[in-house]
Design a protein around this ligand. Sequence first.
Ligand code: FES
Length: 90
Amino acid sequence: MAKITFKKDNIVAEAAPGTHLMNICDEKGVNVQFSCRAGSCVSCLITIESGMENLSPPGEVEKMTLEAFGCQPNQRLACQVIVNGDVVIN
Ligand code: FES
């Protein structure tokens, strides 16, 4: 199981590798705001403290959005991420 730590919310979740982060957030009541759920609005922007290598790489839509909004290399869109291992989200 992958361990997903949401530091701001003080929530630690476990999920099978391959689980969509959005589903984990919904299930655990994590305070990430989802709007479009399609990678185009950045309302679900999160900062990865560690474990970036355990996340699915950004697809074209996410890449374009992150770039357009001037996001940092350690930021991802929670609605686009699949968790494959441990991660700490700040
Ligand atoms: S909810 Fe819009 S980019 Fe994730």
